[in-house]
Design a protein around this ligand. Structure first.
Ligand code: GLU
Length: 492
């Protein structure tokens, strides 16, 4: 592939927050640009005024930034080919439309909505292909003048060739062709004066000197329109590559019910940007058909279109969670503590805040193995912060043990730990000896202690946990356990 002057773009429409599919397109374009040392451009396609969603542009840019996808030209950073907002480029589209009208490749259409609706109904009834019947294509200049003088609203339509084929050599899908007669005379300029996507995208891809259009497969049906526009405008089209679809595990098109849709929901749930990026790059591309976890440098070095597949990619949420766990386990304690902090601040009860970072640094190695989502941070570590974890005192009594035995065990442990050196190996040795002296199996004895100290039956290794909690937290918890269990007894 010629690697000179590679310029690719991500061209989102701000009609909502970006979802996995949109961002996968951004990621592939970005990696392609970075691989070849080209430019990655962000262009906001905001010409569909009815579907604009306030805040969507900010959301899109924030999503890119969060994922570490930087752009060389576009909103905020500017560039030589601006504006990068289509709504600020209207004269350029009008100029293109006028040129097309002037040379007979486009025409004004005055058909009313009622007529078009009626047409669709009739075409449906007669089992004809749906589409504009080119009625206004043959208006005489006099007829047109008359309509204009009545002030009839109009759109501008492209005059598709009515025979022949349009061919695309797609970099991913190979050769595709369309019968021109089956493509209708699509609209270029709407009655509000704004261009349609088709005119705007072709004009801008040309003016911004885009070398490659890499976009989702759902845009493939638009390609013959765009290619005809390039021809009529006398422009050389960029190369095209249509990225494979993304399907849910049930093979239906990816939608909300397959999981969080906006990229920011993934952040809120505690996915790491690096993990999400690694997961997304595998939605249609592979390094070597086997490597799954890889650093960004490897993605960048390996990213070529030859390795983008045709088959649809399956979005597997479990794989994403697994990938997140892999990235979490690979972090050093400091980085993971910093990543967990915002979630702890969000989710811990306010009275437990602020979190002491040094203390958190000691907790991190204990939970790192089991943490899959950062949003689990508070739930997994709350007992480190709470003065006294809540639990049902009946849990202290392990299966096969009596309440007396349990009380004796708690008292003995409290006594031993009152003066012990509070390190895991010392405590373990001491308490194992205590268990033996009491005639309690380690499962029972340590099960009781685990409930008393953490308020749960599963926790990280008990002695390490106690070491991190320290005597100042462990001693009162043992005392509370003794008190509560005594109350349960007296209430019997
Ligand atoms: N604005 C279109 C979108 O929202 C861009 C399609 C294209 O890349 O040509 O996806």
């Amino acid at each position: 592939m010629v690697a000179d002057n590679i310029r690719v773009r991500y061209a989102p429409s701000p009609t909502g927050l970006p979802h996995i599919g949109n961002i996968r397109t951004a990621l592939f374009n970005w990696l392609f640009a970075r691989h070849y040392g080209g430019k990655f451009i962000v262009r906001i396609e905001d010409t569909d005024r009815e579907r604009l969603v306030p805040g969507a542009v900010e959301g899109i840019l924030e999503g890119l930034e969060w994922l570490g996808i930087d752009w060389d030209e576009g909103p905020r950073v500017g560039g030589d080919y601006g504006s990068y907002y289509q709504s600020e480029r209207l004269p350029l589209y009008r100029e293109a439309a006028d040129k097309l009208i002037g040379q007979g490749d486009a025409y004004r259409c005055y058909c009313t909505r009622e007529r078009l609706d009626q047409l669709r109904v009739e075409q449906g009834r007669n089992k004809q292909a749906l589409g504009y019947d080119r009625c206004c294509r043959s208006l005489t200049p006099e007829q047109q003048r008359a309509l204009e003088s009545e002030g009839a609203p109009s759109v501008v339509r492209f005059a598709m060739p009515d025979s022949g084929v349009t061919q695309l050599h797609d970099l991913i899908r190979d050769d595709v062709e369309w019968q021109n007669e089956l493509v209708d005379d699509f609209i270029l300029i709407k009655s509000d004066g704004f261009p349609t996507y088709h005119l705007a995208v072709v004009t801008d891809d040309h003016l911004m000197q885009i070398s490659h259009v890499l976009r989702a497969e759902e845009w493939l049906p638009s390609a013959p329109r765009h290619l005809q526009l390039y021809r009529a405008l006398g422009y050389t089209p960029p190369q095209h590559g249509h990225l494979p679809m993304i399907l849910g595990p049930d093979r239906a098109k990816l939608s909300k019910r397959h999981g969080a849709t906006s990229i920011m929901e993934y952040r809120d749930e505690g996915y790491l940007p690096d993990a999400l990026r690694n997961f997304m790059v595998l939605l249609g591309w592979s390094l070597d058909d086997k490597t799954e976890v890889m650093p960004l440098t490897t993605m960048r070095e390996g990213f070529t279109l030859e390795r983008v597949g045709k088959p649809a990619a399956i979005f597997d949420r479990e794989k994403l969670s697994w990938m997140n766990g892999v990235y979490i386990r690979a972090m050093d304690a400091g980085a993971l503590a910093d990543a967990m902090l915002p979630y702890l601040e969000r989710d811990l009860p306010p009275e437990l805040l602020p979190v002491d970072r040094d203390y958190l640094l000691r907790i991190v190695p204990l939970v790192q193995e089991r943490l899959k989502l950062l949003a689990e941070s508070a739930e997994m570590t709350a007992y480190f912060f709470a003065a006294q974890p809540e639990y049902d005192p009946a849990n202290l009594v392990q299966r096969g043990a009596t309440q007396e035995e349990t009380l004796a065990a708690l008292n003995r442990a409290a006594e031993s730990l009152a003066t012990a050196d509070f390190t895991a190996p010392v405590m373990e040795e001491l308490l194992r000896a205590d268990g033996e002296a009491l005639g309690l199996t380690p499962r029972r004895f340590f099960g009781t202690l685990r409930w008393a100290v953490t308020g749960r039956n599963v926790s990280p290794p008990l002695f390490e946990t106690m070491e991190v909690l320290g005597r100042e937290r462990v001693a009162p918890r043992l005392q509370t356990a003794i008190d509560r269990l005594s109350q349960v007894r007296s209430g019997d």
